[in-house]
Design a protein around this ligand. Sequence first.
Ligand code: IPM
Ligand code: MG
Length: 368
Amino acid sequence: MHGFYRIAVLPGDGIGPEVTSEAVKVLKAAEEVLGPTFRFQTGLIGGCALDATAVPLPPETISICNQAHAVLLGAVGGPQWDSKRPELRPEQGLLQIRQRLGLYVNLRPAKVMETLVSLSALKPDRVRGTNLMIVRELTGGIYFGNPRGIFSKDGERYGVNTEIYREHEIERVAHRAFQLAQARRRKVTSVDKANVLETSRLWREVVTRVSRSYPHIELDHLYVDNCAMQLIDRPTSFDVVLTSNMFGDILSDEAAMLTGSIGLLPSASLGEHSALYEPVHGSAPDIAGRKRANPLAAIASAALMLRFSFRMERVALAVETAIEKVLKRGVRTPDLPGRSRPVTTSRMGDLVAAETVKLLKSPKFRPP
Ligand code: IPM
Ligand code: MG
């Protein structure tokens, strides 16, 4: 199959399958113009994998992902698996795949679209123009550090987790952040808790050292508590926000809320040899199977795949522009407020697919 991009598709649970198939639809539509380009292979992850194989990330899925150029993931989790032992919860599938594929950098853009500025939890004037990128370290820190566990001593139980960062782990994610900033507004804000934590002091020192290789990029440091506040106070002043696994988990949810439209936000998790793309929203079991899910975050995640994994900038931009155009026309899924009657998941996918094809066919459509 030389010449094809192999994409591992892991739909997962809840609305995962519905939104992923719209993303695949858009990629297949692009092939009308590009010619045959992609090969899709599907695998299990999360709750559906637990049901079928008793583990959240079966070996077969790992091998499908290892053979692929990129992974497109839907979402994992749902109430029916909540009572499982911690190592058998659907979320473990996510944590394991990040580690197994070495996906150490997680990109979570939060961009406020003018058409949807009223969705923000903040006043339009404060949030208008917000366009930031959280760069979260994804395979280290307290999420994976040892020792960990719940132990007993002197008749009482205690829980332990360990935050640990090695220099090379900080270095490689910092490089990614600075490289990204180069193609954006050339500003990196590194977030830590260096007034309290040793891992953060090392983080700050290493990030500062890495920054010397990028003299044209402005670097500042914020404590995480202060950053949480500044994100609300002056969201438009942030460009790239670089931070650890745990802080990035928290701040990326906060940043998502700035846009108010979590149904629109994509993410990319990148390693040296592998990459995984997924919508930021979860599995939303309450609306699963009801044709109400917004597929735009999954479709935008496919656009990131085109950009970062396949270097197909023009096609990526066509998909992103198609999303904006369809929204500007007033087309809405039920999660977005609008005047007209909301469309179904697959109708939204159809419209974005058609618009993407139209843009790709237009010789005038060129990346800036
Ligand atoms: C996320 C999620 C995951 C995380 C959970 C589901 C393990 O919150 O991707 O942000 O904490 O990384
Ligand atoms: Mg999270």
